[in-house]
Ligand binder design. Structure first.
Ligand code: RP5
Length: 164
């Protein structure tokens, strides 16, 4: 959670998702993007989840990241209650290695889109980076930071020395 008014809201279905999802706010913080993280479940606390989605735009949020595991319907439910872009992150579950959550999150019927990222930590980080790409469309300073980030990543690979 950052000090200024959050632009990105990160929701997860359970506190048990936090160890993976904390990589989303960590990534946003690195770019100085104000964010907030909350737990809201589509099945255990449906009123809280829908109220969050309905109020998000009015509170100034611009992107929502929603993570859940198992029969992961959180991102879809959130997307149904907000016009904001919603990025879903499937959680590695207690069975099926997250494939269940991946399909539940990605396979939205037409009409209500959820942009779905990779399962687990990579998805948490990429959801944040995708949110940053969206925000950088109208923020040249953020766009410059993003460009620098990708240049640094490329440089790291170029500098990699493999030894036996
Ligand atoms: C989902 O069920 C959560 O998003 C979590 O990934 C999964 C398991 O939740 P817990 O039983 O650990 O609370 O709702």
């Amino acid at each position: 959670m950052t000090e200024s008014k959050p632009l990105v809201g990160i929701l997860m279905g359970s506190e048990s998702d936090w160890d993976t999802m904390r990589h989303a706010p960590l990534t946003l913080d690195r770019f100085g993007v104000a964010n907030e993280s909350r737990v809201a479940s589509a099945h255990r606390s449906p009123e809280l989840a829908t109220a969050y989605a309905r109020g998000a735009k009015g509170r100034g949020l611009q992107v929502i990241i929603a993570a859940a595991g198992g029969a992961a319907h959180l991102a879809g439910v959130i997307a149904a209650h907000t016009p904001l872009p919603v990025f879903g992150v499937p959680m590695l579950g207690w069975s099926l290695n997250g494939l269940d959550a991946l399909l539940s999150t990605a396979q939205m019927p037409k009409g209500v889109p959820v942009g779905t990222l990779a399962i687990g930590k990579a998805g948490a980080i990429n959801a944040a980076l995708l949110a940053i790409r969206v925000l950088s469309l109208h923020d040249p300073e953020l766009a410059a930071k993003l460009e620098q980030f990708h240049e640094d990543e490329a440089q790291k690979i170029a500098n990699t020395v493999l030894e036996l």
